[in-house]
Write a protein that binds this ligand. Structure first.
Ligand code: GLC
Length: 728
């Protein structure tokens, strides 16, 4: 959000004494409730579950866990030498050992390199305006940490929406600790040991995987806070077409609304949203609109009236609506923990779909308030008693203090949005984007990492941050290309696109009042570079789509650390500034101003520069020259990559030729095709081929056939020849 708007900071300056609480002084357990141990197999690996219920408590409904696994009673034993105790009412401590060589991944959104060991991590959803090292609570709270090295990883998933503080060996004592501040029940899962892909497969079986995204949402999205009126939006869209820069989506930020009232449009500036959407549709564009949770307090505003009359809002202790300030001024806040609220909100989304809006962007849903005082001095030691909760919500167990369920707010809002959209248009894959999230959000929404800055450091950090999001089960993620806050420079924008074309969610967005950063904002030379980079993104769409398909099968993220594919490579596990994009492409971007070379570590095998040229030998560090505008990537020898011929948007996808580009003398690949928008694939309406190449022969073996609809030609490009092929 705007740097000038005061955010609620739920964390306080760290109380060093408290953090140094001696982890070894267990044995003061005051716990008098129920603890149960169970075990099961998930995706082929062992999982142990601990269920803890303080006296008189029911287990809160889990928003994350969806698996129907049969659990067996187990002995009172947790792996990883774990111990837990309730040290005071409202606080649990969990400790575990960390072997010397273990690295830690995950915990969702972390302002950190890839290995998150050696620091304290606070999990309380926070509208974090300071994206720097002194901040450790961010928009998302995903309590999954993967611990290990090589082929031997375990994971801890603490399924509680209450605030948590994870100490991953911050004092270098080889101990990990979690402080959980809750008065309710919770469940802890320990997964493994197993390989990194197996751990993520099991975790995403437990917490679910997303549906296939609509193809259009994988194209380039252009946003700005805010395109002020319909004329500007039309102009921006037409500029993309006139300049032949591929793009699928224009995103409308808060100013499309009537004084920031959700489910309205400004009569003066956006008098005809439907007409605008139609005009853009004719140019093959989609519209996505922002929808914040705050509902303006206004006696003449029907959404406000309904929200209060229907008891759909968060309340104070006396039952009156809780009111706080956000963009519209005073607002009430839908209580998304309540199923009735989710249904009510979801039904209203018809306002957007009937006006031709294709996707919904949920923001400020930590939730973020402009005024509420910081409640953390108490929170940091224990969950407050009900009387001290800032406000209240309802879930299936009854009334609950906000802080107990705060971390769920964004996820439940996305769930409501996803379900509302599928209700209105049952056979259309929804596109939902959220800023705040809890574990399992991948079932409903894509995420972006909030208000980054137009800084080189934030470009660099986007890599490990997105890698950890992917390992935390959330594959459809990105950061604002060009940086949100501050003025972007020409060089930074081009370099950001070089990396951004590989973000699963690919959006250029920037803040009100900052320098424009549309692809043409810095003149012809920069525009030329960005155009060709976006063209590369579009050419990779068939490959990207097959990676989403893979994610659906086994939870593998699109962006993967090198050690995902090269677990026994002891150098690969330390690499934080390169990533695998699927199994076949290694990305190593320039992340420094003025730089045109960088060291690139290539794992074993032979690697082909993406743009052509001599292949490089792996298991070596290379100093590589990447002039401005280069695609900073290498393709593994032995890969077949399906590449789409040039298009301006995904509307042309099914009519455009695809070339299977063969890298090496023997190679394999996959290609999946479906309509890219309906749920038909779930009932078999898709085609899948296994591709192979050897002895100069290309073969496409059909593994599934169920989709008729693409009207295109296929080519194979191997060595120096290109020829057509038939796919049956
Ligand atoms: C928040 C969002 C940002 C958006 C702004 C105005 O800061 O993170 O993306 O542009 O609000 O809606």
């Amino acid at each position: 959000m705007d740097q000038t708007a005061p955010a609620v900071d739920w964390t306080v300056a760290r109380d060093q004494e408290l953090l140094r609480r001696d982890k070894r002084s267990l044995g003061q357990n005051i716990f008098a409730g129920v603890a149960q141990y169970h075990k099961a197999q998930l995706a082929g690996i062992g999982v142990t579950r601990l269920t803890v219920l303080p006296p008189g408590q029911l287990l809160p409904p889990s928003a994350a866990v969806v698996s129907n696994t049969a659990w067996e009673e187990a002995a009172q034993l947790l792996p990883l030498q774990m111990h837990w105790q309730q040290s005071m009412p409202g606080t649990f401590d969990i400790t575990f050992s960390l072997s010397a060589d273990a690295v830690c991944f995950g915990l969702g959104e972390r302002f950190s390199g890839l290995n998150i060991r050696g620091a304290i991590h606070t999990l309380t959803t926070t509208d974090q305006t300071r994206h720097n090292e002194s901040a450790d609570a961010f928009y998302k709270a995903i309590p999954l940490c993967i611990i290990g090295s090589g082929t031997n990883y375990s994971a801890i998933f603490l399924d509680s929406s209450a605030p948590q503080r994870w100490d991953l060996d911050a004092d270098l004592t080889a101990l990990g600790g979690i402080e959980l501040f809750t008065r309710r029940g919770w469940q802890l899962y320990v997964l493994g040991s197993a390989s990194l892909p197996e751990i993520v497969a099991a975790y995403t079986e437990l917490t679910g995987r997303g549906c296939m995204p609509p193809l259009w949402a994988l194209g380039h999205q252009q946003c700005r806070w805010s395109y002020p009126d319909e004329a500007t939006v039309t102009h921006i869209a037409l500029e993309f077409r006139r300049r032949q820069i591929p793009c699928d989506t224009i995103v409308l930020d808060i100013d499309y609304m009537d004084e920031y009232r959700v489910f309205t449009t400004s009569p003066a500036r956006f008098p005809d949203l439907k007409g605008l959407a139609e005009k853009l549709r004719q140019q093959n564009f989609k519209i996505v609109t922002i929808v914040d949770p705050g509902v303006k307090v206004d006696a003449r505003y029907s959404i406000y009236k309904e929200s209060v009359a229907g008891k759909f809002v968060c309340v104070n202790a006396d039952g009156t609506p809780f009111i706080e300030e956000v963009w519209p001024g005073d607002c009430v806040f839908p209580d998304f923990s309540n199923v009735a609220t989710r249904d009510w909100w979801g039904k209203h989304l018809e306002f957007y779909t009937s006006n031709g809006v294709a996707g919904i962007w949920n923001d400020m849903n930590e939730p973020s308030f402009f005024k509420l005082k910081n409640p953390t001095p108490k929170l940091i030691c224990q969950m407050p008693e009900d009387a001290d909760q800032p406000f209240f919500q309802r879930d299936s167990t009854g009334t609950v203090g906000h802080l107990e369920v705060r971390n769920l707010y964004g996820s439940l809002m996305s769930q409501s949005t996803f379900e509302g959209l599928t209700e209105v248009e049952p056979n259309k894959r929804p596109f939902v984007l959220t800023r705040s999230a809890y574990a399992g959000v991948q079932r409903y929404s894509a995420v972006w990492l909030g208000d980054n800055m137009s800084w080189w450091q934030h470009l660099e950090l986007s890599i490990p941050m997105l890698l950890n999001m992917g390992l935390s089960g959330v594959p459809f993620a990105g950061v604002d290309v060009g940086g949100f806050a501050g003025d972007c420079s020409a060089e930074l924008l081009v370099r950001w696109y070089e990396t951004g074309i590989f973000y699963p969610f690919f959006r250029n967005h920037c803040r009100l009042g900052d320098r424009a950063q549309e692809p043409w904002a810095f003149g012809a030379e920069v525009e030329r570079h960005i155009r060709s980079l976006i063209e590369v993104r579009y050419s990779l769409l068939p490959y990207i789509y097959s990676l989403f398909w893979e994610n659906r099968d086994n939870g593998a993220p699109l962006m993967r650390p090198l050690s995902w594919h090269y677990p026994d490579d002891r150098y690969a596990i330390r690499v934080s500034d390169q990533f695998m994009f699927g199994a076949e492409i290694l990305v190593a971007p320039i992340l420094e101003r003025g730089s045109v070379t960088r060291p690139v570590y290539l794992p074993r095998g032979l690697w082909h520069p993406f743009g052509g040229g001599e292949a490089l030998q792996g298991e070596q560090l290379h100093l590589v020259h990447f002039p401005l505008g280069t695609v900073p990537a290498f393709v593994r020898d032995g890969a077949i990559i399906p590449l789409l011929s040039s298009v301006q948007s995904t509307v042309e996808y099914h009519k455009s030729d695809i070339t299977f580009r063969v890298f090496g003398k023997t190679a394999t690949g996959t290609f999946v095709d479906d309509d890219g928008e309906s749920f038909g694939y779930a009932s078999g309406q898709f085609n899948k081929w296994q591709l192979s190449y050897s002895n100069e022969q290309f073969t496409a073996n059909s593994q599934h056939s169920g989709f008729v609809g693409s009207d295109r030609q296929y080519f194979v490009a191997a060595a120096d020849s290109v020829r057509t092929v038939n796919l049956k």
